[in-house]
Design a protein around this ligand. Structure first.
Ligand code: M6R
Length: 615
């Protein structure tokens, strides 16, 4: 799951490629590299670490002055081989004629490597990617096949997923790109070509885009291009799409980290998600209109997603079952894609994804489409693969989320699921007009002042975070709608502060996790004043009697909670749906301040990537 950007034209490659890599760094930041054609030789620069390391290295190179016209670049999230310079892309074949960048995984790299070694080909890296470029080189250097035929021959022999862009020094005016399983996009502008693993490095230069489908390749030669099949040497008719998409320049404003900024943005992002999507008496979700007759008749709904988006899915299940009375199954996309799910054209599959590029979620959508289910995408990135591959969908409209830890996307996803549940309930006549009106009133008054008042608690949350920064394990406990909030709180903490944390339904804790509790263990309880309140108090007592530390997030001023807790975050009194948002925001701040206190790289935590584009 890496980022690819490539350029073919008349300009200096480096600024275009480096700018593109920065936009793609959300896909991985273990290493970065560039290959350009300079005086008919491939000039490669790579560095372990982030794009800024590569940028420094390039600034010190003479060749950066005369690298016109043809270049490929890559930012890596390591799969095969350590995240060091040796394993950084681009990789070349032994003859150094052929060089490529690759996104995806070559699953049968081992037997191919053995075969190539038997032909005395030597490998320099530990990557699966080098196996692919050496295989192309093996076919090409035998002299029997053309460049294009060699690429095709190699690709027909590999299993797994790839998005690749390839250069060959024998063809200094040519570039070949191909994809299977890993998205690749070609941007076109008067004799210039831009290739990206998504549109983000391209849209600044052109809005004319060709989305490659699986098993397609783009052969760019001079100022001409052709889209062909990877399977056989045939041209494919292909539409150039005009996209209307703008990437803002990323700016942290007054904040030190994007995550902090994005937590604060929720004052407006939740509002933006909901804006214009309801009237006083009904919910409007225009993106679903074409399929609404089928959606409203659904007999079963699957929600599929990964990570934080999966947690939003759990809240969605609660809301849809509660309001619309349709059974909902929530499955990790990585499991759904291989499970024996029972689907037909009366099944709705909702895929939730911030980035819209998560490989497992895309595979889950593809499976659902094959079964004839109606697929709905809830996605933040317009024009992303999830938006394009689902039958219909709704954009969360919360703006670019840059911090690897998802924050504002989560609360916007929940907002959409809330609207969807109400609309479905209304169409299926499972909600009274009066109740519908009440919910819609709540939605129209998005409680910006309540979110602000949680954000104002920053100072005290920061103080609390410092107190717990050295804990090695946390339990997060909640019930009903707040069980997913507990899961999300635990995920936020572990991914940015590297502290082990687990989320559990508060009562389930007695069935095992309670064995972990001792005087050093913080237990975060999410306690709304609702019908679960008394039960959670009992769960708190159970932990308290084992001397566990108690942190409570609540909207109740009851003395008993103050007496039971070591620390307490008091949220404004709202309603149970808004409580979920407010508790989430408080826990995001708590994790954030712990990570900052520990000196962690909050926006780009170790081992992670914003978008997981490999299986
Ligand atoms: O872009 P997606 O919503 O599909 O991403 C899914 C997960 O990879 C993502 O939520 C991940 O768990 C985040 N790092 C959580 O903060």
């Amino acid at each position: 799951m890496c980022g690819i950007v490539a350029y073919k034209g008349q300009k200096d490659c480096f600024p275009i490629l480096l700018d593109g890599l920065k936009k793609l760094e959300y896909r991985g930041y273990d290493s970065a590299g560039v290959a350009c054609l300079v005086n008919n030789k491939i000039d490669i620069t790579k560095r372990a670490g982030k794009v800024k390391e590569l940028e420094r290295a390039i600034a010190g190179k003479k060749s950066s002055k005369n690298c016109n016209g043809l270049g490929i670049a890559h930012t890596r999230w390591a799969t095969h081989g350590e995240p060091n310079q040796k394993n950084a892309h681009p990789h070349s074949d032994e003859s150094k004629k052929i060089t490529l960048v690759h996104n995806g995984i070559i699953e049968n790299y081992d037997p191919i490597k053995k075969f190539l070694r038997s032909k005395k080909i030597k490998f320099k890296s530990d990557t699966d990617t080098e196996v692919l470029v050496q295989l192309i080189g093996y076919f090409y250097n035998k002299g029997m096949l053309s460049f294009e035929q060699s690429v095709r021959a190699a690709l027909q022999r590999v299993d797994g997923a790839y998005g690749i862009v390839i250069l060959n020094t024998d063809f200094p005016d040519m570039m070949i790109a191909a994809r299977k399983g890993s998205p690749l996009v070609v941007g076109i502008k008067d004799g210039e070509f831009f290739i990206g693993s998504d549109v983000s490095p391209i849209v600044k230069h052109t809005q004319k885009i060709i989305y490659l489908n699986d098993s397609e390749m783009a052969v760019i030669d001079g100022t001409n291009y052709e889209i062909k099949s990877v399977d056989k040497d045939v041209s494919l008719p292909k539409k150039v799409e005009k996209i209307d998409y703008k990437i803002d320049d990323f700016d942290k404003g007054k904040f030190k980290y994007f995550m902090h900024k994005e937590i604060h943005e929720q004052v407006t992002t939740i509002h933006n998600t909901l804006k214009g999507r309801s009237t006083k008496s009904s919910v409007l979700l225009h993106g679903l209109s074409e399929y609404w007759e089928e959606i409203k008749a659904a007999e079963k709904i699957y929600i599929t997603a990964c990570g934080t988006s999966w947690h939003a899915g759990l809240i969605g299940k609660n809301l849809i079952e509660r309001f619309a009375e349709v059974p909902v199954h929530v499955e990790y996309a990585s499991e759904f894609r291989y499970n024996h799910s029972i689907m037909d054209n009366k099944t709705i599959v909702i895929a939730i994804s911030q980035s819209g590029e998560t490989a497992d979620t895309l595979a889950a959508i593809s499976k659902a489409n094959d079964f004839g289910a109606i697929t709905i995408g809830i996605c933040n990135v317009a024009g992303s693969s999830v938006s394009r591959e689902t039958n219909c969908g709704i954009h969360t409209r919360c703006g670019h989320e840059i911090g690897v830890a998802s924050t504002k996307a989560f609360t916007s996803q929940i907002s959409i699921l809330y609207l969807f549940a109400l609309k479905l309930a209304d169409s299926r006549k499972r909600i009274t007009k009066t109740d519908m009106k009440k919910h819609l009133e709540m939605i129209s008054d998005v409680h910006q002042k309540d979110i602000k008042s949680v954000l104002k608690k920053e100072k005290s949350i920061k103080k609390m975070a410092k107190k717990y920064q050295n804990a090695s394990d946390f339990l997060y406990l909640g019930r009903g709608l707040n069980f997913p909030v507990a899961l999300e709180g635990a995920l936020k903490l572990k991914e940015i502060s590297y502290i082990h944390a687990e989320g559990y339904p508060a009562a389930e804790m007695k069935h095992g996790p309670i064995a972990l509790v001792d005087k050093n263990m913080p237990n975060v309880f999410i306690v709304p004043k609702d019908k679960t309140y008394d039960k959670i108090i009992s769960n708190i007592e159970e932990i308290k009697s084992r001397k566990g530390k108690i942190i409570i997030v609540t909207d109740s001023k009851d003395k008993i909670l103050r007496d039971l807790s070591d620390d307490l975050i008091l949220l404004p009194k709202t309603n149970q749906y808004m409580f979920v948002m407010l508790a989430t925001i408080a826990l995001q701040l708590f994790s954030y301040f712990i990570a900052v206190a520990k000196g962690c790289d909050v926006d780009q935590p170790r081992n992670l990537a914003k978008s997981v584009t490999v299986e």
